[in-house]
Design a binder for this molecule. Structure first.
Ligand SMILES: CC(C)(COP(=O)(O)OP(=O)(O)OC[C@H]1O[C@@H](n2cnc3c(N)ncnc32)[C@H](O)[C@@H]1OP(=O)(O)O)[C@@H](O)C(=O)NCCC(=O)NCCS
Length: 281
């Protein structure tokens, strides 16, 4: 049966409908309401929706990353309309935008247990690139400390020197808000511009820290190295100062010592891990 399906950019008038679609596709993990304005104002890429017979039934976001690849995210199909090819139609739109914007690499993430999302990505030639676990820390009873050691890194070449050696251990990614940023010199420049790298020269420590969105919900530890305990002390204190409810860190499954360090600092492992997949145009 042919679907009367239209894929088009989200407009302001679609706000409530798109938020409702996420509500019907995701039982727990929801954030479209909080990021709607940011997604609408993003200069590159597209916040798209699918309309079936005039009814908004799905949304998806194509975001261009600092090093020029695409991050395809927030794919949501109303549960009443899943399994009818709407997710596939939005994937086709991802590839059209990629061609329009000369983007040759696309990435997405999903939960390790999300077979449909993984299968859909594989249908479009995506392959597993890395597997990550997550850990969270509640800042409810955290106490800010006066830490005079960690300072923002403002020089891009210094940022590159500090972060790039950590690439292998972190499987080539830095994750904030479950957005998997490929660790490249371009990313180091982006993080400097956004004030998200802090270093303590006295202990040779560095941490990528901040939030892509919803900073009051969670602050994110993108990666860290050097004196790991000092990095996490800084993150707890800085997260509390910023008024966040919690800290989050995603780290490679292979980084067993990172899991131990985080657990030792009181972090709790998230119930399921995550995979990041890569596709090519
Ligand atoms: C994942 C999601 C977007 C898929 O959308 P959809 O409209 O139902 O998907 P489509 O009907 O277009 O495509 C289904 C394809 O997924 C894949 N798929 C479906 N079930 C699968 C399974 N159990 N195992 C592996 N692959 C599967 C197949 O490639 C299938 O294509 P086929 O029917 O030709 O074999 C939708 O289920 C959804 O919104 N889920 C909740 C939100 C979510 O998980 N988003 C993903 C990112 S976190």
């Amino acid at each position: 049966m042919t679907l009367n399906l239209t894929i088009r950019p989200v407009e302001e008038k679609d706000r409530a409908a798109v938020i409702a679609v996420e509500g019907k596709s995701m039982p727990h993990w929801r954030y479209v309401e909080q990021v709607f304005d940011q997604f609408m104002s993003h200069p590159n890429g597209e916040f798209s929706l699918a309309e079936l017979d005039g009814q908004v039934v799905a949304c998806a976001k194509f975001t261009v990353m600092p090093e020029g690849s695409a991050w395809v995210e927030t794919l949501r199909v109303d549960s009443d309309f899943q399994g009818r090819g709407i997710g596939k139609a939005l994937y086709k739109r991802f590839f059209e935008i990629a061609k329009e914007q000369n983007v040759d690499t696309l990435r997405m993430y999903t939960g390790m247990k999300n077979k449909v999302s993984r299968g859909l990505a594989e249908h479009f030639g995506f392959a597993l690139e890395a597997s990550f676990y997550g850990a969270n820390y509640s800042l409810e009873s955290a106490v800010p400390i006066d830490d005079h050691h960690f300072k923002p890194v403002t020089d891009v070449s210094q940022a590159i020197d500090l972060l790039m050696p950590l690439s292998q251990e972190w499987n080539g990614f830095m994750v904030m808000n479950r957005t998997f940023y490929r660790l490249t010199p371009e990313l180091c420049g982006y993080l400097v511009d956004h004030g998200r790298i802090f270093a303590d020269p006295t202990s040779n420590s560095v941490i990528a820290f901040g939030a892509r969105f919803m900073p009051d919900v969670s602050q994110h530890i993108g990666l860290f190295g050097g004196d790991e305990a000092a990095c996490l002390r800084f993150a707890k204190s800085e997260g509390k100062k910023r008024g966040a409810s919690s800290l989050a860190c995603l780290f490679p499954v292979s980084a067993e010592s990172t899991m131990a360090v985080l657990k030792g600092a009181g972090f709790e492992e998230t119930p399921a891990g995550f995979i990041v997949m890569k596709g090519s145009v």
